[in-house]
Every structure is written in C-alpha cells, then in structure tokens.
Design a protein around this ligand. Structure first.
Ligand code: NAD
Length: 256
C-alpha cells in the first residue's frame, strides 16, 4: 500500500515547475490530485497525464468565489480534500526603489491572499471529514526568502514571511478546535526553475549564477523540484503525523 493511498489532494499552482513535481509525487504515492491553476492548458495536460488520479480545476487563488467553486468540484468528484498544497506563487524582481504599489499588491494578492483563502476553505472542508481519518494537512509554500530578506525582493520576502506565521496561526487554531488538521510551511531555497532564473543578474550567465548559488548552501548544488516534492509528500503522510505549525526548510542548509 502506498503511503497516500485513498487521500485526496488539491495543489494550487499545480501547473508550474514545482507544482508539476508535487502533483506527480503525490499521485505516485497513491493520492488523487486536483491540479488547480489559472493556466488551463498546462493544468489540463498535467491532470490528464495522471489518468484517473488527476483532475484539472480552474482556480485563481486571489478569488474567494474561485476557491469555493474549486473546493466544491473536488468534493463532488472525490470527496473533501485531505491535503492542500498552497503552492501558487508570484515573484517579480524589483527592489524597494523600483517596485510599484501595483507590484506590491499583486505579490501580496497571489502569495498572501491566495494562501489565506486556501487555508480558510481547506479548514472548512477538512473539518467535515470523519474523525477516524488521518489528519488533514495544509502545506504552505513559503521560501528561504521568508527567513532572510533579499534586496531585489521586498514584496516577495514580506509575503513569504507572512505565510510562515499564517501557517502557525492556522495550525494552532485547528489544534485548539480539535479539528485533526496539521499545517506546515515549506521553505524551498534556490530550486532549478523559471522563478530562480528570474534572479540571474544582468551580465551573468545561468551557469555562473547557479555556481554562485550552489556555493551558498551546504550541499553544493541547486535544488531540484523533486527535492521539494519529496519533502511535501512526506509532510502530507502519516509519517509526519507529529509535525505541525512549524517551518520545514528544503534549502540545502542555506539558511543555517
Ligand atoms: N522556484 C524556486 O526556487 C522557489 C523557491 C522558494 C519558494 N518557491 C515557491 O514555490 C512555489 C512554486 O514556485 P515555482 O517555481 O513552481 O513557480 P512557477 O512560476 O513555475 O509556478 C507558479 C504557478 O502558479 C500559477 N499561478 C500564478 N498566479 C496564480 C493565481 N492567481 N491563481 C492560481 N494559480 C496561479 C502559475 O500559473 C504557475 O503555474 C511558489 O509559491 C514559489 O514562491 C519557489
């Protein structure tokens, strides 16, 4: 029996680089996975690659109505989600002198509002599950930049720091109410992705930048999407049943 057999998962931003790896890992571990994204073409393609264990759900994480509809679709199709991965995210490099209020607000809407709404709808859906079920799990994608602010990313770092304490608050509320729901903030470091490549300084090459970033952690390489997906599959499983309310870095030790 696979460790997530019978579980139902919803992954926001499931069509993105990390999202695809997370969806594939959860499905490989036995979960049925709703790929939720604004990118319908990529989302549908990924969901169909998962066969009967995949479902595409259109979701703009900044919209309360879209969250309500996505949760209803998953619940009607399979049942209430056991696992929510709040993975949709947005980063636009712009330091405090360059960033506009519109940049700040867009970042806070996708990363902040999107994660808040995901938690809110997941708690409502998960608390209705049978008491005998494994714990519901909410996994929020923060970032190593949620621990250490970086000059080019005032809005992103602020949004990712907010996600860490949002996660603590949700975990403590669920515990106090006896809901049998865990919540964990995952903090990836530099992962090979389009988002990481946005950070390559002008005049530098990808190889030079990756070599520089590799030197900033203890493992000596850039992370792979699978590194994050593997950690999330573990956190979603009963093997992580004693882990809640906490930060879970997947950063090669770059923040120690
Ligand atoms: N890539 C990294 O190095 C890294 C490091 C730390 C944290 N993270 C976090 O991991 C998560 C995934 O990152 P990624 O590299 O896969 O990014 P990505 O840009 O490849 O994927 C993001 C996904 O979110 C979707 N999305 C954007 N706005 C949305 C909205 N309003 N509603 C629904 N979906 C929306 C996009 O369509 C895309 O599929 C993000 O939260 C990111 O901040 C990434």
């Amino acid at each position: 029996m696979a460790r997530l057999d019978g579980r139902i998962a919803l992954v926001s931003g499931g069509a993105g680089v990390l999202g695809q790896a997370i969806c594939a890992r959860l499905a490989a571990d036995g979960a049925r996975v709703a790929v939720a994204d604004i990118d319908e073409a990529k989302g549908r393609a990924l969901a169909s690659s998962l066969g009967a264990n995949g479902l595409f759900v259109a979701l703009d994480v900044t919209s309360e109505d879209a969250w309500r509809a996505a949760m209803e679709t998953v619940t009607k199709t399979w049942g209430p989600p056991d696992i929510l991965v709040n993975n949709a995210g947005y980063l636009k490099p712009a330091n405090i002198e360059q960033a506009t209020l519109a940049d700040w607000r867009k970042t806070m809407q996708i990363n902040g509002d999107g994660t808040f709404l995901g938690c809110k709808f997941a708690v409502a859906a998960m608390k209705a599950r049978p008491k005998s079920a494994s714990s519901g799990v909410i996994i929020n994608l923060s970032s190593a930049m949620g621990i250490r602010g970086r000059a080019p990313h005032p809005a992103y770092t602020a949004s990712k720091a907010a996600i860490r304490l949002l996660t603590q608050s949700v975990a403590k509320h669920c515990a106090a109410e006896g809901y049998n729901i865990r919540a964990v903030a995952v903090m990836p470091g530099a992962i090979d992705s389009d988002m990481l490549r946005l950070n390559i300084p002008a005049g530098s090459t990808k190889d030079d930048y990756y070599a520089q970033v590799s030197g900033l952690n203890l493992v000596g390489r850039v992370g792979k999407p699978a590194d994050v997906a593997n950690a999330i599959a573990f956190l979603a499983s009963d093997e992580a049943g004693f882990i809640s309310g906490t930060d879970f870095p997947v950063d090669g030790g770059s923040t120690v």
